[in-house]
Design a protein. Structure first.
Length: 200
């Protein structure tokens, strides 16, 4: 397997991985009526707005995993609202509050990118998402993807990166401390991790 930069023809594969890992690391297919919805929230805006920070794990021409990042979360949220959400708002209206199902929570997140700013981590302005198919997990590929995007973020001037993990995703909760992240904050639903990108 090899890590390479994202290409536009990888989009369907990235969306498929996002769906198959979209329920706290498990397959979200039974939970959504639109299989593209998880990708619209957690992958598509990164591929469209900052493709230079998107990388895939290539296994003999097939995409087995990916990582996406945003250099500045606040600027990303602004670009998301201005340039990404208008593409989808008409076909994916917001749910009636409060969102109750998995699909409704995804739609709520789609329409409220400001949620990415809470909690706010000034020392870790960047953020990332990484997902791998089950067959690619546990073999060091996730860490290699994280190292790749962290190197790109550092080269772009980032001082640090953060991410959130659902408490139900026990595999990910164990992975990030081993990948050089420390816990920054936690609530009833998620644990937030950060990693400094400053030169030692």
């Amino acid at each position: 397997m090899a890590i390479r930069s994202y290409r536009p023809d990888d989009r369907a594969a990235v969306y498929g991985i996002c769906l198959r890992t979209g329920d706290a690391g498990s397959d979200a297919s039974p939970l959504v009526s639109d299989p593209d919805l998880p990708g619209h929230v957690y992958a598509g805006p990164y591929l469209a707005l900052c493709p230079e920070l998107a990388f895939v794990l290539d296994e003999d021409g097939a995409v087995a995993g990916y990582v996406v990042g945003a250099l500045d979360t606040r600027a990303f949220v602004e670009a998301y609202r201005e340039r990404w959400l208008p593409r989808l708002a008409g076909s994916h209206p917001p749910p009636a509050p409060p969102p109750a199902t998995h699909e409704e929570r995804l739609l709520d997140a789609l329409h409220r990118p400001e949620l990415m700013l809470s909690p706010h981590f000034p020392e870790h302005p960047s953020h990332l998402h990484v997902n791998l198919l089950p067959g690619a997990q546990g073999r060091g590929h996730g860490r290699a993807l994280v190292e790749t995007v962290c190197a790109a973020l550092r080269a772009a001037g980032s001082s640090g990166v953060h991410l959130g993990v659902q408490r139900r995703n026990e595999r990910a909760l164990g992975f990030y401390p081993r990948a050089g992240f420390e816990q920054l904050e936690a609530d009833a639903d998620a644990v937030f991790f950060g990693r400094s990108l400053r030169a030692c």
